[in-house]
Design a protein around this ligand. Structure first.
Ligand code: GLN
Length: 675
């Protein structure tokens, strides 16, 4: 455990401090003016803002207790209220859920949505009347994280036809029942490079019992032939009714339905009409069924009926193999299940979560099943566009001609987009575009691991932490003279001139702290001096501290360094102490949050036990930053949390000095009131 030297919570009752620091920090982070009581409304809002939903099963008891709590809650009651879901509440309040910056993330997906909705290209699927009749303008997206945060927009609650999106799930159900080896006796693992309904099968040579044998099987479970095959493998001895019910139940479980609970998600809907139409027009699929029979993949279970040839007539009892009919019937039926984008995103999130449903925490699929399924999705999920799609988007995904496409971001989230206009391959046009936009902004491509692209954001990390990370290590190393770390960062191609919330860079800090070797190293590595918030380049920091050798180095650059504009009204006035907190990265994050007026993140850091008046290397605190940027909301919040007013930075400026220098009127008035 890190030592937290900050104990300035004088205003919280002594009793509270001694009980449970963890719970007390959570409670304290929700406080407004009064330090011993929180508003019920604020608590509820904080949970909802983190992306959790009011109908979340896991929070059912908690919300019920909140509803009967009145407007305010005291610490003792708070503890009782959160007891049924304490860890989830803790994660939410500390910003530790899968998507920590849920509101920022939501806003940027909103923006993409507004952009993509303009795209009206593509055509509806027209091979069966019910699909040709849907409203082509529909557009919805839902994102469900492995922690059960839910983002949804547009037509996210509209039932649509699963179609080919059933294929990976059916494949999983078959794997669960029969295991990898048996399933793949009947279906391959290779991309077909062909259209989904192509009649070509994969021929492969097997060496069995030292006899060479050739088998012919579908390419993979994501093309129709393979999907008809896997459908056939699911509980093949049961009646159609039982099998369909089994499949529906499994889908239900993937989306959080359970036979027992009162707060169930809905059970998947079966659209009989779509299934009938699939049957009437599915000649190609019928052909595939027979092809599978002919190649020995479908087991002929039923005996031929006794021949009874009436010799008087040119007639015979035409035989249709029942196992072909059965395989197709179940395949057509699962294609005709209907679900909403949020439900499918939840199922996708179950895959992202290694088989555990994020909203019920029940294990639905074995880890192994999911691990075996996702690679096939990756190589074959997007029909014959799978290769290009994976290269660009980098996520296992599956589309269906009903207009849905889902993506799995392993260990993070499931995404489902619904928009029925399709491109030539049969993929939702807007679905693909949305997916591309998401990976172009966020580092979620499976192979993004090694990217150091600062323009893209890792959604698993809060924005201010992301910013703090991108400069924190280098600044820390520069201040402390840690050349090794700087060498490593340089070899990783990290930009060593990235500044902190005051645009102070490693060079500024090295100059200020007299780290001559670091200054030399940075200059040798092509780092150019850049101005900080006050227009300073570190030159005057070195001068003020009498670091002559550093001045010599900087003089060699032949730059005329302007004098930074630090404003200090009363250098001898009252001085409050800043707090020392030994996790510099966290302090840097706090300062970034203050600079961007992110009060949610500040509360989360308070919930983690970070003192609001912690200072960085330049003795800058969150209040300095909030005042300099004119962020009144943050200024108020910090002062409510007892941030002292007369903290002085390296140059003796107080937050009020900063507000004055930047002419932040409302902040000046507010701060003066406290003097
Ligand atoms: N039911 C459709 C078919 O088998 C599913 C195809 C799809 O979504 N690509 O043709």
């Amino acid at each position: 455990m890190k030592k937290n030297s900050y104990k300035n919570k004088a205003t919280i009752s002594e009793k509270l401090k001694t009980i449970s620091k963890r719970e007390a920090d959570l409670f304290y982070s929700l406080c407004d003016k009064k330090p011993n009581v929180i508003k019920t409304k604020n608590f509820k809002n904080a949970l909802l803002k983190s992306g959790l939903k009011i109908n979340d099963n896991r929070l059912h008891n908690l919300f019920r207790k909140l509803d009967s709590s009145g407007d305010e809650i005291y610490f003792e009651d708070f503890k009782k209220i959160i007891s049924s879901s304490e860890l989830l509440v803790e994660k939410a309040l500390r910003g530790e859920l899968a998507l920590p910056d849920f509101s920022d993330f939501s806003k940027s997906i909103d923006k993409m949505f507004d952009e993509v909705i303009k795209n009206k290209s593509g055509e509806l699927a027209s091979y069966i009347p019910p699909l040709a009749k849907v409203d082509p303008d529909q557009f919805g997206i839902s994102i469900v994280t492995v922690d059960g945060q839910i983002y949804q927009k547009g037509d996210y609650n509209v039932d649509f036809s699963l179609q080919s999106m059933c294929k990976p799930f059916n494949y999983c159900f078959a794997l669960e029942k029969l295991g990898l080896e048996l399933v793949h006796k009947h279906v391959g693992k290779e991309p077909s490079g062909r259209q989904f309904n192509d009649l070509t099968l994969l021929t492969r040579s097997l060496v069995e019992k030292s006899q060479k044998k050739t088998t012919t099987i579908p390419f993979n479970p994501m093309v129709n032939a393979g999907a008809i095959m896997t459908a056939c493998l699911i509980n093949s001895d049961d009646s159609y009714k039982k099998r369909l019910n089994f499949v529906k139940e499994q889908y239900g479980k993937l989306i959080g339905w359970s036979a027992k609970s009162k707060f169930d998600s809905k059970f998947p809907r079966f659209n009989k009409n779509v299934a009938r139409e699939e049957n009437f027009t599915g000649h190609n699929n019928l052909a595939i069924g027979y092809l599978l029979m002919a190649t020995g993949n479908l087991p002929s279970k039923k005996k031929k009926p006794k021949t009874n040839i009436n010799t008087n007539k040119d007639e015979f009892d035409f035989y249709i193999e029942p196992s072909v009919t059965e395989a197709l019937k179940l395949y057509f039926s699962t294609c005709s299940l209907e679900m909403t984008a949020t439900e499918i995103a939840t199922a996708a999130s179950t895959l992202a979560n290694n088989g555990v449903c994020p909203v019920t925490q029940n294990r639905i699929l074995k880890q192994k099943t999911v691990r075996d399924c996702l690679p096939i999705l990756q190589s074959s999920g997007m029909y014959d566009a799978s290769g290009a799609f994976f290269q660009q988007v980098g996520l296992p995904a599956k589309s269906g001609v009903g207009g849905g496409v889902f993506l799995v971001v392993p260990q993070l989230m499931g995404i489902c987009i619904f928009s029925p206009r399709l491109d030539e391959q049969g993929n939702s046009v807007r679905g693909i575009e949305m997916a591309k936009q998401i990976t172009s902004k966020y580092l979620v491509h499976i192979f993004d691991g090694a990217m150091t692209n600062a323009d893209r954001i890792d959604p698993k990390i809060p924005i201010s932490r992301w910013r703090a990370n991108s400069c924190g290590e280098a600044i820390w190393a520069a201040s402390n003279g840690d050349i090794r770390t700087l060498e490593r960062l340089a070899s990783e191609q990290k930009d060593l001139s990235v500044g902190n919330a005051d645009m102070r860079t490693p060079l500024h800090l090295a100059a200020a702290e007299g780290q001559l070797e670091v200054v030399k190293f940075l200059l040798k590595n092509g780092v150019n001096p850049v101005p900080d918030r006050w227009g300073g380049y570190g030159y005057f920091d070195a001068k003020n501290n009498n670091h002559k050798k550093i001045l010599n180095e900087l003089d060699k650059l032949n730059i005329k360094f302007s004098k930074p504009n630090h404003f200090v009204e009363d250098p001898e006035g009252k001085t409050d102490r800043i707090a020392k907190y030994d996790d510099e990265l966290m302090v840097s994050e706090l300062l970034f949050s203050a600079a961007r007026n992110d009060t949610t993140r500040i509360r989360q850091l308070i919930a983690k036990g970070v003192p609001v008046h912690a200072g960085n290397f330049d003795s800058r605190t969150a209040l300095h930053l909030a005042a300099a940027e004119g962020n009144l909301e943050t200024v108020k919040l910090l002062i409510n949390f007892n941030h002292p007013l007369n903290v002085r930075d390296r140059w003796k400026s107080t937050p009020l000095d900063e507000a004055k220098r930047e002419k932040r009127k409302s902040v000046i008035i507010y701060l003066k009131n406290f003097k």
